[in-house]
Design a protein around this ligand. Structure first.
Ligand SMILES: Cc1cc2nc3c(=O)[nH]c(=O)nc-3n(C[C@H](O)[C@H](O)[C@H](O)COP(=O)(O)OP(=O)(O)OC[C@H]3O[C@@H](n4cnc5c(N)ncnc54)[C@H](O)[C@@H]3O)c2cc1C
Length: 408
């Protein structure tokens, strides 16, 4: 098949942001090429959370019933417990949504679902094994991408290029946009432990003396996030695996019967938590969205939600100027304007949780109490509903405004 050399919108990266934007633009009749460097979507855990706001968008697209037939578990509460016996529950049950729960589903199933539906639109192309290696420039603007696949390097000209290539985005590096980086005080070790069928499907937070972990239900296993002080990975490894297993059990005693299944450090992956955001998401011919525009902390598990909401806002603003060839820098600035507030508020919230709650808990010599401020917030009706609402729906709740001009 001849290599396509031009398109209206090239999108680097087929994560949640790229897949949803590609779908929406193709649905609106725009010629779009999504380039994904991997051959499939099967990769390391990067969050499985499909939030109420995303379910509402799928509902708007008429796809939610089919989507919810895919295997998933419904989680409607986060339960936090300390080894000193305190507990709190953050419930999504009062979130004003038709879907007051988080659907836990492997991210690859979501991406496969979106791209399978997008492929039904004739103007949608997904190139797998296609790694974007540079941006092309012409007359002072970005004019497309250079990418590499098994047959070599190719140039793809595009009216607009969207960088949806994640937190280590090649495109944003090539675009050289101004960036603000913060220094989160935590990193995370990730590992899996088996889950018994009789265990409740939920998100559990466990706090012990200087240890802190979160357990996410993935059907037959728990995905465990073990929070550590920033840069503390080597020190923990040097104490040995037995000491690490003891720390896990200290926070979550119910894992004592299976902690031996962490057999080597190869089973434990380090996530270096990085939080940043571009202060300008665009330049002529180029726009960054999702993690490429703002790498999120894992706190609250909201990165996927934000990335998808960026994609919806981008499609809402851009479908028309892309379809009549009038796309200009002002349109790209409008996408940033619509989304930046939400990103800043969520990142500020994550910073508060990291520095005021998580970091002190990691320094604690004995089982800490749940801070009074958290208990107060969660005891006041109305106020207690704000954090779950932010997790479930985000700050703004963009609705799809781009039309369905391209029928599948
Ligand atoms: C360990 C971990 C756990 C997380 N847990 C959660 C969670 O529970 N809930 C939540 O909401 N968020 C979670 N997140 C954050 C979430 O994964 C991201 O915020 C979200 O995936 C961002 O979506 P995105 O589409 O912007 O980028 P990504 O999901 O990073 O997608 C980028 C895509 O671009 C591709 N790509 C990269 N470079 C190139 C290139 N040069 N050329 C072509 N393709 C390229 C990548 O292969 C990838 O498919 C977690 C992140 C990590 C790392």
């Amino acid at each position: 098949m001849p290599v396509q050399t031009a398109t209206t919108c090239s999108i680097a990266g087929c994560g949640p942001a790229g897949a949803v934007l590609g779908f929406l633009l193709a649905r609106a009749g725009i010629d779009v090429v999504v380039l994904e460097k991997h051959n499939d979507f099967l990769r390391d855990f990067r969050g499985d959370t499909i939030h109420p706001s995303t379910l509402e968008l799928l509902d708007q697209l008429g796809l939610v019933d089919e989507f919810l037939k895919l295997p998933h578990s419904k989680v409607s509460a986060v339960q936090v417990q300390t080894t000193s016996g305190q507990a709190l529950r953050i419930s999504l049950e009062r979130v004003p949504s038709k879907f007051p729960f988080i659907a836990f589903m492997p991210q690859w199933d979501f991406l496969e679902f979106m791209t399978t539906h997008a492929r039904r639109f004739p103007s949608f192309t997904l190139l797998r094994n296609a790694e974007v290696i540079d941006l092309l420039h012409q007359d002072g603007r970005v004019s497309g991408v250079r990418y590499r696949d098994e047959s070599g390097e190719h140039d793809l000209a595009a009216t607009l290029t969207v960088g949806a290539d994640g937190r280590t985005a090649r495109t944003r590096e090539a675009a050289n946009l101004p960036r603000l980086e913060t220094s989160p005080p935590i990193d995370v070790f990730w590992f899996r432990l088996p889950r018994r069928a009789d265990e409740v499907a939920a998100v559990f937070g466990r706090i012990g003396a200087g240890v802190l972990l979160v357990m996410l239900d993935r059907n037959d296993y728990w995905q465990v996030a073990f929070v550590i002080p920033k840069g503390g990975g080597e020190a923990i490894r040097s104490r040995g695996l037995d000491a690490f297993r003891r720390d896990v059990v200290a926070a979550a005693p119910e894992l004592a019967d299976r902690v031996e299944q962490i057999r080597s450090w190869d089973d434990v992956k380090l996530l270096t938590v990085r939080v940043d955001r571009l202060t300008q998401w665009y330049k002529p011919g180029y726009l960054a969205i999702g993690d490429a525009a703002h790498a999120m902390s894992p706190v609250g598990g909201v990165g996927i939600n934000l990335a998808i909401q960026d994609a919806v806002a981008a499609a809402n603003v851009l479908w028309k100027p892309l379809s009549d060839g009038s796309v200009a820098v002002d349109h790209l600035a409008e996408v940033q304007r619509r989304r930046e507030r939400a990103v800043r508020i969520i990142q500020a919230m994550q910073t508060f949780v990291q520095t005021r709650l998580l970091a002190p808990a990691l320094r604690a010599q004995r089982a800490p109490s749940i801070p009074w401020i958290v208990r107060v917030i969660l005891s006041i009706p109305v106020v207690r509903d704000i954090p779950p609402r932010m997790i479930a729906l985000g700050i703004d709740r963009p609705h799809i405004e781009s039309p369905a001009r391209n029928r599948a």
